[in-house]
Design a protein around this ligand. Structure first.
Ligand code: AMP
Length: 176
């Protein structure tokens, strides 16, 4: 069977207009997740270029990032570390605020989740304005770990989210 391509994933992703509010076109990845070949292919496209380099942990961003990061961690034979919305992690955390279109949000990581110097692959489903990923990257750096790459299944390049990511290497499987 031919390997899954980014075009195969793009064909499966469903565009939902005006969700969760008017003017937003939501990229629904559930058709990718629900198809065994596409789901496996999405993880290959996100992670397999790291198979021969040292990655110590895959960090995923709440909530859809967890799906890709957990599967990528299994593929790369590493642990998985969650970055969650404030108030969800039970142990001692460090936090980072960031701006949303309207208002603010906060993400958090357990203070002992990553070893100093750990080489991290940071994953989320989608890069939009970059606020979420920039705050997550800051948390990873603040616990003393090193970001090898920030990976996304989807990048909405017209929102220029990359500019917020401090020069970290970025890998997007599908770019709109
Ligand atoms: P941002 O901080 O603006 O880069 O937003 C990124 C986060 O919001 C990601 O965790 C995405 O899951 C979610 N998100 C933003 N825009 C969309 C969209 N158009 N479709 C699906 N998810 C989105």
């Amino acid at each position: 069977m031919n390997p899954v391509t980014a075009a195969d994933l793009e064909a499966a992703i469903r565009n939902v207009p005006d969700f969760p509010k008017p003017g937003i076109q939501f990229k629904d990845i559930t058709p990718v997740l629900g198809d065994a070949a596409l789901f496996a292919g999405s993880i290959d496209l996100l992670a397999s270029h790291h198979a021969n380099s040292r990655i110590d942990a895959v960090v995923g961003i709440d909530a859809r990032g967890f799906i890709f990061a957990a599967a990528a961690a299994l593929k790369l034979n590493t642990g998985f570390v969650p970055i969650r919305k404030k108030g969800k992690l039970p142990y001692k955390t460090i936090e980072e605020n960031f701006s949303l279109e309207y208002g603010e949000d906060t993400v958090a990581i357990h203070e002992d989740a990553l070893k100093p110097g750990a080489r991290v692959l940071l994953l989320d489903d989608l890069l939009a304005t970059g606020g979420t990923a920039a705050a997550a990257a800051k948390l990873v750096r603040n616990v003393g770990a090193e970001i090898v790459e920030i990976g996304f299944l989807i990048e909405l390049s017209f929102l220029n989210g990359r500019e917020k990511l401090d020069g970290h290497p970025i890998h997007s499987v599908i770019t709109y």
